[in-house]
Design a protein around this ligand. Structure first.
Ligand code: 5GP
Length: 178
């Protein structure tokens, strides 16, 4: 792996494809064990999670379905000032075991605001599976159930993650150069 340029910034190698795939195999094995006998709905959060969700889902051996949503936040009248809603969720969630699949949890704001919205549809359970988490950046009390890699608080791209729309099309993950 060499350093790459995405738009005006340089990025250095951080996680290679083999390391990512080995970790995803472990995560899938854990999920397969935890959800034995339970029909599970995976919900991938677009755009960033599409590659991770696809690689993870291929390794899921329990009965499962998958759907993708986009989260949209707009100014509302809640205490935090924003309201978050999803586009694209057509499934009836009642009594379903939901695994939310995210590329990266940073401050935790997005999921902290979205999970109560999701729970209004009465799923049997909701868990979060993220490929990456930046523990030092967490500002909201979010419980993340499955974490691929805990990483430093530095901007990363590749494997679905973008910088200004670009850089998603890499099988590896790169970190912003100093
Ligand atoms: P949160 O609501 O947890 O602060 O933000 C999560 C979202 O922020 C992610 O889904 C992602 O879109 C974006 N994000 C946070 N950190 C990074 C990063 O290092 N790289 C990229 N590409 N996106 C990030």
């Amino acid at each position: 792996m060499n350093r790459i340029q995405v738009k005006d910034k340089f990025f250095v190698p951080f996680l290679d494809a083999h390391t990512i795939h080995e970790r995803i195999t472990d995560l899938a094995a854990q999920i397969n064990e935890d959800y034995q006998g339970k029909e599970t709905l995976f919900i991938g959060i677009l755009n960033g999670s599409f590659i991770f969700a696809s690689d993870l889902f291929k390794k899921i051996s329990i009965p499962a379905s998958i759907s993708f949503i986009k989260l949209v936040s707009y100014k509302g009248t809640t205490s935090s000032g924003t309201v978050i809603t999803s586009i694209g969720l057509e499934e009836d969630l009642s009594d379903k075991h939901v695994v939310l699949v995210e590329d990266i949890v940073d401050t935790g704001r997005t999921l902290t605001e979205f999970i109560p919205v999701l729970k209004k549809q009465n799923p049997a359970s909701v868990k979060i599976c993220t490929l990456l988490q930046k523990p030092d950046a967490l500002l909201f009390p979010l419980q993340v159930d499955y974490v691929g890699f805990s990483i430093p608080n530095k901007f990363v791209v590749g494997y679905g993650l973008d910088y200004d729309g670009m850089g998603r099309n890499s099988g590896e993950i790169y970190q912003l150069a100093d």
